[in-house]
Design a protein around this ligand. Structure first.
Ligand SMILES: [Zn+2]
Length: 482
């Protein structure tokens, strides 16, 4: 038996002015994929482990993932899809396993995953196509009708990519051996809650997931997963969705989705959550007796497509004279270049941050001592453990007690390794500023005293009224009262 394996993962924030291109994906081809992902806690790592154990021949196609930003360059998207399709077509495979995100958009292609899955299904016909999706995936008819089964992450922060990969590959093997015939249904609800309260350890998702787990105990049910939705993609398929996979029982799959769809709607108000104004957040952090106090810059979250160069919180920290601060990150290649120019222990004096667009505060003049300079490469010890991260050349500058990590690339600092790699021990800091909406919690909450979600401006702000939507289906909650 032969199974094609591929990955194409991007969470596209269509409001971002930063186009995503092939360079950002750094795609791996053929055997490189197995070498890179084998033994990692990633979805593809899960595929590989199961297929190898079951003696299934792996046909690696392309594995490409990029930090969330604006829509993919159309030619690069076509190229990546073409490479996966080509790999599937030439491999003579019995099935296809793909690790996708679900909220990917290319220029002129709002249905980026749907088109890919349609092309793959067009080649393999009735052979199984199974994919994993991020919990923030936006599910569409085109996607569902071109796959046999979907396995969405059940955790947020996402820590179960590997487990979902294992599950998907296990069902693939069972389908190939004729032990199951997976069929998938979905239900979309007219709501697009902000991502701020989509965590799976508290809030409305706990109730939804509990019911989903109960459903999975019923005979004939293979998988039930929930997609509360990523609202920063201005596309028709936006909206919360439930997906159910059963063993050849489409009616049961539909029924389960209907129930979860109703539940989503009933719980919608619980997805909303107030944020703390910038001044108050910084005041509380500075006054706190013990740290680390985490100031989460949820609206400038590179994990959701913001640039990661917002200056509003930094400006307030400087104004208040905050000390003992670790600040991750400000993406500013020009500032990194400047820091390298003056060298370690040199003084960097320039404007930093706020250079990508007009949404995240103005560039801010600073004078600081360069503490460290690194290549910005580290290996994840949290989340996708074992996977290599590359945030570009990186410098830390100390501005009167605020240690700022300057990077060449956007990066959500969800793994404390980004601090440690650059000579800062995050546990020892009084205040940590993290440009992240919530994925940081898995690794940082165990050692932090408090998390304050700050209401700074940006392209991942939970205040959805701020965005100019043109393509989402209307009416939709919370933009409209329904
Ligand atoms: Zn996600």
């Amino acid at each position: 038996m032969k199974v094609a394996v591929g990955m194409l993962s991007h969470e596209t924030n269509t409001f971002s002015t930063v186009k995503t291109s092939l360079r950002d994906f750094n795609p791996l081809c053929g055997n490189e994929i197995v070498e890179f992902y084998k033994g990692t806690r990633s979805g593809v790592g899960g595929f590989i482990d199961v297929l190898e154990e079951e003696g299934v021949e792996i046909v690696p196609t392309v594995a490409a993932g990029a930090t969330p930003a604006g829509p993919l360059d159309r030619r690069d998207y076509d190229y990546l899809v073409g490479e996966i399709v080509e790999g599937v077509a030439s491999g003579g495979v019995d099935g296809v396993l793909l690790a996708l995100h679900g909220a990917m958009v290319a220029e002129g292609v709002p249905e980026a995953e749907g088109i890919l899955l349609g092309a793959v299904k067009g080649i393999v016909g009735d052979k199984p196509v199974i994919c994993t999706l991020d919990l923030h995936g936006l599910i569409s008819e085109m996607m569902v009708s071109n796959v046999d089964a979907i396995f969405g992450y059940d955790t947020n922060p996402h820590v179960d990519m590997y487990e979902r990969g294992v599950e998907a590959a296990g069902v693939m093997v069972a389908a190939l051996e004729g032990r199951v015939r997976p069929t998938t249904a979905f239900k979309k609800v007219r709501m697009m809650p902000p991502t701020i309260n989509q965590r799976t350890t508290e809030g409305p998702m706990v109730k939804l997931l509990r019911r989903a787990r109960e459903m999975e105990e019923e005979p004939g049910v293979i998988n039930v997963c929930l997609f509360p939705a990523f609202p920063y993609a201005d596309v028709q398929r936006v909206g919360s969705s439930a997906v159910a996979v059963t063993d050849d029982d489409p009616a049961l799959a539909e029924e389960l989705c209907e129930e979860l769809g109703d539940m989503f709607w009933e719980l919608r108000e619980e997805f909303l959550k107030p944020l703390t104004p910038v001044e108050e957040a910084v005041y509380r952090a500075v006054r706190a007796e013990e740290g680390p106090i985490i100031l989460a810059d949820v609206a400038d979250n590179p994990g959701g497509g913001s640039p990661g160069d917002g200056t509003v919180i930094l400006r307030e920290l400087i104004r208040r004279g905050a000390k003992d601060v670790g600040f991750a990150i400000i993406k500013d290649p020009e500032a990194v270049e400047g820091a390298i120019g003056v060298g370690v222990r040199g003084t960097l004096e320039m404007e930093i941050g706020g250079k990508t667009d007009g949404y995240h505060g103005r560039p801010i003049p600073v004078r600081g001592e360069v503490r460290t300079i690194t290549d910005g490469v580290f290996v994840h010890k949290a989340g996708a453990v074992g996977v290599r991260a590359d945030v570009g050349r990186t410098a830390v500058i100390d501005v009167d007690g605020i240690e700022i990590i300057l990077t060449e690339k956007s990066h959500a600092p969800n793994d404390p390794e980004v601090f440690r790699r650059n000579g800062i021990e995050p546990r020892d800091k009084k205040i940590l500023v993290l440009k992240s909406r919530g994925h940081f919690r898995a690794a940082y909450e165990p050692f932090s005293k408090e998390v304050i979600e700050v209401d700074a401006p940006g392209l991942t702000s939970p205040n959805l009224g701020w965005f100019k939507y043109e393509n989402v289906p209307r009416p939709i909650w919370p933009l409209d009262q329904i």
